[in-house]
Every structure is written in C-alpha cells, then in structure tokens.
Design a protein around this ligand. Structure first.
Ligand code: GYE
Length: 335
C-alpha cells in the first residue's frame, strides 16, 4: 500500500482515507462468500459447488457449458469439479465443498448407488443438495432437496415403441444389439428397462447382445466391433447415447455394412453430431435428452438457499426425431 505523506492537504488526506476504507471493504466482501447480509456489495453471492460426471460425451460438454453460463448469468459463484467418470472423485469433491462451507451442493451422480454416507455428511453440515441429470437410489429422500433431469425410462420406451412400429411388417426374427451407457448409471439402467418393456410383447424382436460402451465414442466403436464379429446377423443397434452410436458407425462401415440401411440405428440425446447423422440417414431415430439444465439449476439453487420449498422431482421436457425432423431442427440446434 502507498505511504501517506504528512504534507497532504487535509481534504486530500480525507479523500485518500475514504478511498482506502472503500477499497478494503470491497476486497473483504469479495473474498468472503458466506458472510451473507450486505445486499448489493457482492458479499452475498451464493456459492454453488458442482461435481460433474466428466467429459465423456457431446451431451456432457453441452451440459457443462449450460451450467457455467447460467451460473455467470445468475450471479452465482460456481465451484466446478470434473470427476472423470469416477465416483470416488465425486465423493472427494463433495467433501471439499462441505469443508469450504459452500451454500449449496449440486451434482450429477455417475452411478446410482453408494451416496448415503456423503449425502448424510452434507445434511449434517446444513448444506442443501440438488441432484441434477442423474438420480441416486438412496431410500432416504431427505438427503437431497430435489432431482432435476430427464425421464430416462421414457426415453428407452419411446425408442422401443418406434422400433416396434418400424418393424411391424417384419416376418422373421429381428436381432438387436444394445450399447449400454456407464454400468450402474441411472440412464443406462433406465433406458435399458424402458426399451425392454416396449419391445416385450413382440417375441420376434430379440436383444442378442448387450454391453456397456461407457457413453463414449471409443467405447461404442470397440464394443460394436465385438458385436459384429460375434453376430453374423445384426438388424438393429440401440445405443444409449449418440456418441456410442457415432463410434459404432465406424465399426459398421469398416465391416462393409451401410448404417441406417443394413442396420437400423436408434440412439438417445440428439446432440448436433447425432442429429447430423440422423439427417444424413446413418441413424434412423433419436429420443431427445436435453443437457440445457443450467438455468433451472441456478433457479433451484437460489430457492433452496432461501429455504423455499421446491418440488422433489422436476422433469425436463423432451421430444423425438426422425431424419426429416432432424433436417428441420438442425439449423437452430443449440448443442
Ligand atoms: O445421455 C450421455 C451422457 O446422464 C443423460 O450421460 C446423461 C447421459 C447422456 O454421457 O450422453
């Protein structure tokens, strides 16, 4: 800090002193995020600790962007951690947020099970938790305030229903291979369930192989190569997300087959690259899953911080796409 000269005229000394007080005051306000009060000075900025699954897919990247942009827009201080698809990293990040006494914790749980202990720690510390995108299977619903995200069972069901309709004139057996998402994750469990239920009444529609590709392109490609080697007749691919479907395209083409024609391809998400493949006729159907959860999440964070009641479950609105609909929607697609 600048030294004050004794020769300053009284008014200048007073002005310098005032400026110093204002400066020190505002620095203190910025540096301390959980003091509360002091509206308008910046000291009451809500601090949100967010633990993201990883960066495994186009969906995830769009979700991360949405959350970061919405936090900035809402004037929320976001602490962000990428868990690289590992539950232990998410637990570590949540414990850090508890230690730092953030105002609200939000996370997208990579798998459904194993959260009770850390959620209890947050509850005991008086920090409200919001689940976003994926659910947990905790029996004690008081461990979190709300769950914001899609209905994954419905996405699987819509995919299966479209297939039943599309193959209704098929005479022989229709062999389906399934690329599952991350093992133990809510979207993998639920999409599998919804799809199986939708095709159950049609014994000619048969899932001949089903394995995890971990929601990644590389995983989708590798597992599809195995499927193609082991199954001489594959009629349908159901991939739990676009990225695995996109990876599988390479394996299918390399095997000398035409995607979208020799093999009917159904995926979930509707990110840009997936929609492009659909518009190009390489995919045949996509059930949408919106990653744009940021604005709703920030709204909920403010509400739970203020002690307001929020609904225990908030579902994202979604649709489905055929190739024609994809062509129409693509120019205005945000992700
Ligand atoms: O479908 C997939 C991502 O949890 C809904 O995770 C999300 C899923 C999404 O990796 O692409």
């Amino acid at each position: 800090m600048r030294k004050m000269r004794t020769s300053l005229r009284p008014w200048r000394a007073a002005a310098t002193a005032l400026a110093t007080v204002l400066l020190v005051g505002s620095v203190a306000a910025c540096g301390n995020s959980d003091t509360g009060g002091d509206a308008g000075s910046g000291s009451d900025k809500l601090v949100l600790g967010f633990s993201q699954v990883g960066a495994e897919s186009g969906w995830r990247t769009a979700n991360t962007t949405s959350i970061k942009e919405a936090a900035a827009e809402a004037g929320i201080e976001l602490k962000f951690d990428d868990a690289q698809q590992k539950q232990e990293n998410q637990i570590k990040a949540i414990r850090n947020y508890i230690q730092q006494k953030v105002d609200v914790i939000a996370f997208s749980p990579v798998v459904e099970s194993g959260w009770d202990t850390v959620l209890k720690e947050a509850k005991d510390a008086g920090i409200p938790v919001i689940l976003t995108d994926r659910a947990v299977d905790s029996a004690d619903k008081s461990l979190y305030k709300t769950f914001l995200g899609s209905d994954f069972v419905k996405e699987g069901r819509l995919s299966g229903e479209w297939l039943v309709e599309n193959k209704k004139s098929a005479t022989g057996p229709v062999n389906i291979v399934e690329l599952q998402g991350t093992t133990g994750s809510a979207p993998a469990n639920d999409r599998k369930k919804g799809f199986a239920e939708a095709i159950a009444a049609n014994p000619n529609l048969k899932i001949v192989a089903s394995q995890s590709g971990d929601f990644t392109r590389a995983g989708g490609k590798q597992v599809m190569e195995q499927f193609l080697r082991a199954n001489p007749k594959i009629d349908v691919l159901f991939a739990h997300n676009d990225d695995m479907g996109l990876g599988a395209l390479e394996a299918i083409t390399a095997a000398g087959k035409t995607p979208g024609k020799d093999i009917t391809i159904i995926t979930i998400d509707a990110v840009k690259d997936g929609m492009q493949a659909l518009a190009d006729g390489k995919f045949n159907f996509i059930a949408e899953c919106s990653p744009l959860l940021g604005p709703q999440l920030m709204d909920l964070a403010k509400k739970v911080h203020a002690g307001e009641e929020v609904p225990p479950r908030i579902e994202t609105e979604e649709t489905t796409f055929t190739p024609e609909q994809a062509k129409e929607a693509l120019p205005n697609r945000k992700y």
